[in-house]
Design a protein around this ligand. Structure first.
Ligand SMILES: Cc1cc2nc3c(=O)[nH]c(=O)nc-3n(C[C@H](O)[C@H](O)[C@H](O)COP(=O)(O)OP(=O)(O)OC[C@H]3O[C@@H](n4cnc5c(N)ncnc54)[C@H](O)[C@@H]3O)c2cc1C
Length: 385
């Protein structure tokens, strides 16, 4: 294969482009807005290790978890940018953990690191900024975080340095069928897109908008749902570990199954992030296509979450508010990866939902292995016919 076009400049598209270029393929990355304006830039960079390897998705998550330190080191060597990978560990003070810490310890026995029960007093000593008084909790060694913005910048620089051609601000690009098994690209008239051919394949990595981009290509639509999410930044000193907790928010529907679980996250600059809301695509009638900007409702929800953690006055300590739309694959099994059924020129890498930062780089390797060497992708990830 001589050349590949990648659509989308989030973590998935950028890691695809870098991986392909690293294997000697000419790559052009087309971005309808600017690199890093999608879900990746809104995310809070939590890398959660899987607790088992019983399904292909959890096997992929395990591979991804173990690959991240090397991936971060490689990017630092290539670009001089520290992408903020820190194995900071986590503290779990969710209600069910407090009710039965030993059961949660058993669940994490294969996590590969230490898991210890902490008393309420020990937790309060570790987290003096918190007004809660948990009775007990767990400290879990195997949790990590990265800096999403630094990661995007490092990937962009790595791609450019290796010769990936990046074109931004192109407006939406559509994929249309051509004949029984071909495709072509369509967009604004002035784009002058070089068309796919037997030697020039296309990878669709446009996040939640991938379904729209390929709406005309059968079998359509791609089973993908937009799930808006928001997070805030606070000028509160970073906790030493990620902190996971419950909040019972009576005024907010939990339509997408966040199970009232939120996280307090050490931000790369030493302050804190708090997230992540998981709105239903149609929460209160909000069209998800308009929800890329932070919403008033998202703000209210996260202020209530912050009040439950830090007490009155916390509203005045919010320094940033970000929003993004996660691409959720609606068929069971994990992200949508591999060749589009019956269209060998078109490949897909999307549907990473809440784990794109964790598994994005590993999925890029999996898809590129399949494109270049014919390695089989587990059926669970394939686009259903
Ligand atoms: C608030 C929030 C917190 C999160 N926290 C975490 C976390 O802690 N850990 C984790 O692992 N994941 C997290 N996620 C999920 C993660 O952000 C996503 O899974 C991941 O970013 C998806 O990456 P992507 O490259 O597929 O999509 P995106 O980052 O959305 O990138 C897609 C890109 O494609 C472009 N595009 C769209 N249409 C076209 C087109 N037709 N042609 C060309 N380009 C196009 C867009 O402009 C965009 O730049 C979070 C998400 C949110 C919203």
């Amino acid at each position: 294969m001589r050349s590949v076009v990648v659509l989308g400049g989030g973590i998935v598209g950028l890691t695809m482009a870098r991986e392909l270029r690293g294997r000697g393929v000419e790559v052009e990355l087309l971005e309808s807005r600017r690199i890093g304006t999608g879900a990746t830039a809104a995310s809070t960079g939590i890398l959660t290790p899987p607790q088992h390897t019983r399904t292909p998705f959890y096997q992929l998550r395990t591979l991804a978890w173990h690959s991240w330190p090397q991936f971060a080191d490689d990017l630092a060597i290539e670009t001089g940018i520290d992408v903020g990978y820190r194995r900071c560990g986590g503290i779990d003070i969710r209600e069910r953990t407090m009710r039965n810490p030993q059961r949660e310890v058993r669940k994490l026995r294969n996590s590969g690191g230490r898991v210890e029960v902490l008393t309420g007093a020990e937790i309060r000593q570790l987290l003096p900024q918190m007004v809660r008084t948990p009775e007990a909790g767990l400290r879990v060694e195997m949790e990590a975080r990265i800096d999403p913005l630094a990661t995007i910048e490092a990937l962009r620089q790595s791609c450019l340095a290796s010769g990936v051609r990046i074109r931004e601000d192109l407006g939406p690009i559509r994929i249309e069928p051509q004949g029984a098994a071909g495709i072509h690209l369509a967009g604004r008239q002035d784009l002058q897109l070089e068309q796919p051919s037997e030697h020039r394949k296309v990878v669709l990595a446009a996040g939640w908008e991938s379904a729209t981009a390929a709406l005309a290509v059968p079998p359509s639509p791609l089973p993908l749902e937009p799930v808006p999410g928001e997070a805030i930044a606070l000028d509160i000193e970073a906790p030493p570990h990620l902190v996971h907790f419950n909040v019972d928010l009576s005024g907010f529907r939990d339509a997408s199954g966040n199970r009232s679980i939120y996280s307090w996250i050490p931000a790369p600059d030493g302050s804190s992030w708090l997230g992540n809301s998981v709105a239903s695509g149609h929460r209160n009638g909000v069209d998800p296509r308009n929800a890329v900007e932070p919403t008033r409702e998202g703000h209210q929800e996260l202020v209530e979450v912050a009040l439950s953690m830090f007490g009155p006055g916390v509203e005045n300590r919010i320094t940033d508010h970000r929003a993004g739309i996660r691409p959720k694959a609606t068929r069971h099994g994990g992200p949508l990866l591999g060749m589009w059924p019956g269209r060998p020129q078109l490949w897909v890498a999307t549907g990473h939902y809440r784990a794109g930062l964790l598994v994005g780089p590993a999925t890029a390797t999996m898809v590129v292995d399949s494109m270049l060497d014919g390695t089989e992708i587990p059926e669970e990830f394939c686009v259903p016919v």
